[in-house]
Design a protein around this ligand. Structure first.
Ligand code: GAL
Length: 323
C-alpha cells in the first residue's frame, strides 16, 4: 500500500526501452493514464504509453513520426516534417516540441497541438496540428503555421468546462504569452483573447482550472537550463490575471513545467493536483537522458499555491478509485 516512487525518474516501458514522452502530458481516461510526449528516437516525434498504476508503463504507439500521413486540409499550412538536407541538434527531422492532446467531443477526435521548428534552428517559430480517432492511434499531420501570423514557441492546450479550447503559446521571440481561442473543431485559431506579461519572457505554459479559478504555470526563458517558475491565477481566462508568484525554488527543483496530473485522494475523495516537469539533460545525446519530475501542488487557498520538494511519492495516489 505504501509503495513509493522517486519524484525524479526516467522509467523503462514494458519492452525494456526508456520511456520517451518529454515536454508531454499525462491524461486519464477511466482507470487508465496515457502519457504522451516528445520521442526523438529514430524517425519518431511523439509517442504514447499507458499505465494503471504509474509503475508499469506499456508502450502504445509512436503516434507521430516522420512517416505520418499528412493531409492538406488547410491551404496555408506547411506539411513538412522532415527536411533531410538540414541537420537537427537532437534526432532527425523537424523539431517537434511540447505536444499536447485534447479530445473534441463534437468531432469525437483527439487533436494534438505542438511547437514546430526547422531541424537546424528555432527561427520560424510555428505551431502545428495533428488529429486522430483514437488517443494512441496514428495521427494525421495537418501542418505547421504561425497563429494569426505570430511567432509561436513553447505551448500548451486547455479545454474549459464549456468545451471551448485554448492554445497558449510564447510569441514575439518569447517576449509575450498569447492565449488563443480555438475553433469548435479545435483545428484552427479563432481569435487571440489575451496577451500576458509583455516583455517578461515566459515559457513552458501549463493551464488548469480549480474551484472556478484558472491557473497558469510558466518558466523563465533559459533554454535547457532550469529556472524559477511562477504561477498566476484569474477568474476569467481572457482578463483579470494576477501578477506572477514564485513556484518552487530558484530552479523549480531542477525542472521546467509541462503538465498537471489530476488524481482523486483515495481517502478523502478530494481532487489532487500534481506538477509534471522535465529535468532536461540538454542538447544532443544528453537530451535522451532527460528525466521527469512529479511533485504535489498544494493549495493553501484558492489563490495561493505551493510546490514543495519531496524525494518520494506514493503510487497509491495514482490508482483510480472510481470517483
Ligand atoms: C526550452 C523549451 C524547450 C526547448 C528548449 C530548447 O526553453 O522550454 O521546450 O525548446 O528550450 O533550448
Amino acid at each position: 500500500m505504501d509503495r513509493k516512487m522517486k519524484s525524479v525518474f526516467l522509467p523503462r516501458e514494458n519492452r525494456g526501452k526508456i520511456l520517451h514522452a518529454h515536454g508531454g502530458q499525462i491524461l486519464r481516461e477511466g482507470e487508465t493514464y496515457y502519457w504522451i510526449g516528445e520521442d526523438r528516437t529514430e524517425r519518431n516525434k511523439v509517442s504514447c504509453y499507458k499505465s494503471k498504476d504509474f509503475l508499469n508503463w506499456e508502450f502504445c504507439n509512436h503516434i507521430l513520426t516522420l512517416d505520418s500521413q499528412t493531409e492538406k486540409r488547410f491551404p496555408d499550412r506547411d506539411l513538412r516534417l522532415d527536411i533531410p538536407e538540414q541537420k537537427a541538434a537532437i534526432g532527425i527531422g523537424c523539431n517537434i516540441e511540447r505536444p499536447k492532446v485534447v479530445y473534441n467531443e463534437k468531432s469525437q477526435q483527439y487533436v494534438m497541438w505542438m511547437h514546430w521548428e526547422m531541424p537546424g534552428d528555432y527561427k520560424l517559430a510555428r505551431c502545428a496540428v495533428a488529429v486522430c480517432d483514437t488517443i494512441d492511434g496514428d495521427y494525421t499531420y495537418l501542418g505547421s503555421f504561425n497563429p494569426l501570423g505570430y511567432m509561436s514557441r513553447d505551448c500548451t492546450l486547455f479545454v474549459d468546462d464549456d468545451k471551448c479550447a485554448y492554445f497558449i503559446s510564447a510569441a514575439r521571440d518569447n517576449q509575450d504569452l498569447h492565449i488563443y481561442r480555438l475553433t469548435e473543431d479545435y483545428l484552427s485559431i479563432e481569435s487571440k483573447v489575451c496577451t500576458l506579461w509583455p516583455g517578461e519572457l515566459r515559457e513552458a505554459p501549463v493551464m488548469f482550472k480549480r474551484n472556478g479559478y484558472y491557473y497558469l504555470l510558466t518558466s523563465g526563458c533559459t533554454g535547457w537550463q532550469a529556472n524559477q517558475s511562477s504561477y498566476a491565477y484569474s477568474r476569467y481566462i481572457d482578463h483579470g490575471w494576477s501578477r506572477r508568484f514564485e513556484l518552487g525554488n530558484e530552479t523549480t527543483y531542477q525542472s521546467q513545467p509541462t503538465g498537471i496530473i489530476k488524481t482523486d485522494n483515495s481517502l478523502s475523495g478530494e481532487a489532487e493536483y500534481w506538477y509534471l516537469g522535465d529535468r532536461w539533460g540538454g542538447s544532443g545525446e544528453a537530451y535522451f537522458q532527460s528525466e521527469y519530475v512529479i511533485l504535489p501542488l498544494l493549495f493553501l487557498s484558492d489563490t495561493s499555491l505551493s510546490l514543495e520538494w519531496k524525494a518520494e511519492i506514493e503510487y497509491e495516489h495514482f490508482i483510480y478509485h472510481g470517483r
